[in-house]
Design a protein around this ligand. Structure first.
Ligand code: UD1
Length: 420
């Protein structure tokens, strides 16, 4: 998808089944490079980041075959292979190959990871965590190196980094004994990785808390269902809050979206939680109390940009503070081009609601920033053209067909090629 063209002003009506979680499937897929076996993974989204991970796995002798949303993964032929710099540089979770390959081969060398540009995104917690278990690490211009079998012990994370927690869990699979992580991230995607590793034979305690312990046991293949994507769900909720209408999302876990649905409810949307569904009616009409992003269970940083879009026409002013990443407001100039009024910058902004937005030609800056532009465009007057829309293929399966099925006037617009 090169560009997205949206003519706003049409309400979103209907139902959407949420796909499996991007941030859950990526670590779980990567974990299959740590364990020799055959795996069946259900509810795997067909998104670009999953395809890239499959390519990275293929270089290690791991095969993946997709049937619908099921991936059959075979890592019985696992063998060390070089990791493609270009591919690894396209997603953040490639850093998890460090822990996975360390378990598989006792040493790992990976290129520096990529992912959305949201700030410095250092890897010090990944490295210091491994080092506190006796693993030697080095960061060179070519990438990251880890060597040695982790001993049993306790790692203290000074910040609940999602990636560092996942990397340590993958490395702990090959440890000499139990590894305890104090200050672990508590995101639902970590719980899903723990559930998968348990199904593979590892022993885990403290799942869902900041004190996680993994005891390695003989590991084997397993069958697992990936948890639903709470960020995809948050995006569609915010899209509906921009466009209005009546939208039901199914196949999700409402409690995981509570900070987002509470914010939208405060803004005047009607929200109904079902057992595994959420229905939203109406638009975000009024400003809400300050919102601060933070580690789970606080307001998720990945939903900050879509929520910003949802509040652009809310009467009054709303303060949003980003505490997870230091450069996560890169989508604001595009929203301002559409008529938004936003003050501040850095990590703190104030949105002053305007009566209407208008279409514009804008550039997607990152995955969720691009999603925010889609949301804003759905509620804007006239036509919006979003370039660099390929970024959205990284995390949203069937975005345009889904929006169209809900009544949006949206199309993926491939630029015309001039024939020589
Ligand atoms: C993951 C998610 C991303 C989400 C983020 C926070 C994936 C593939 N990506 O990213 O969508 O926005 O969690 O929920 O799952 N930090 C350090 N040192 C480190 C590691 C992190 O200072 O060694 C900092 C980061 O720069 C950032 C904060 O910790 O400011 C959070 O990062 P982290 O939780 O690690 O996020 P990711 O795993 O990169």
């Amino acid at each position: 998808m090169e560009r997205i063209r949206i003519r706003g002003g049409r309400p979103l009506c209907g139902a959407v089944r949420v796909h499996g979680g991007k941030n859950a499937v990526l670590p779980i897929l990567t974990a299959t490079a740590a364990i020799r076996g055959r795996f069946i993974l259900h509810n795997c989204p067909a998104i670009r980041d999953v395809e890239i991970t499959q390519e990275l796995l293929a270089a290690q002798g791991v095969t993946c075959v997709r049937t619908g949303d099921t991936l059959r993964v075979d890592s019985t032929g696992l063998r060390p292979g070089p990791i493609d710099h270009r591919l690894a540089g396209r997603l953040r979770s490639s850093v998890l190959f460090l822990g996975a390959l360390l378990t598989a081969f006792g040493a790992a060398e990976i290129p520096l990871p990529g992912g959305c540009v949201l700030g410095a995104r250092p890897l010090d917690l990944h490295r210091s965590g491994l080092e506190s278990l006796g693993v030697e690490t080095a960061c060179e211009s070519s990438g990251l190196i880890a060597r040695g079998r982790p001993r049993s012990g306790t790692v203290i994370l000074r910040y609940p980094s999602v990636g560092a927690t996942e990397n340590l869990l993958l490395a702990a699979l090959g440890a000499a004994g139990s590894v305890r992580i104090l200050g672990a991230a508590r995101e639902p995607e970590i719980d899903d990785l723990c559930a998968f590793l348990t199904a593979c034979g590892a022993e885990l305690t403290g799942v869902g808390t900041a004190c996680l312990t993994l005891t390695p046991r003989p590991q084997h293949g397993a069958e697992h269902r990936i948890l639903p994507d709470r960020m995809e769900a948050a995006t569609y909720l915010c899209a509906a809050a921009c466009a209005g209408g009546a939208l039901t999302l199914t196949g999700l876990i409402p409690a995981q979206l509570a900070p987002v649905t509470q914010a939208l409810q405060a803004a005047g949307c009607t929200i109904e939680d079902g057992a595994d569904s959420i229905t939203i009616h109406g638009t975000a009409r009024r400003a809400i109390p300050p919102v601060r992003t933070g580690p789970y269970p606080d307001f998720p940083t990945d939903a900050q940009a879509p929520l910003t879009a949802a509040l652009l026409r809310a009467e009054g002013s709303t303060v949003l503070e980003e505490t997870v990443f230091e450069n996560r407001f890169r989508h604001l100039p595009a929203l301002e081009k559409m008529g938004a009024r936003i003050e501040g910058g850095g990590t703190l902004i104030r949105i002053r609601g305007v009566p209407s937005l208008h279409g514009a030609a804008v550039d997607a800056t990152d995955l969720r920033g691009g999603a925010a532009m889609v949301c804003a465009a759905l509620g804007a007057d006239g036509e919006t053209l979003i370039s660099h829309a390929g970024l959205l293929d990284r995390g949203y399966q069937d975005l345009i067909p889904i929006l169209r099925s809900l009544g949006a006037d949206a199309e993926a617009d491939e630029p015309k090629r001039t024939t020589p």
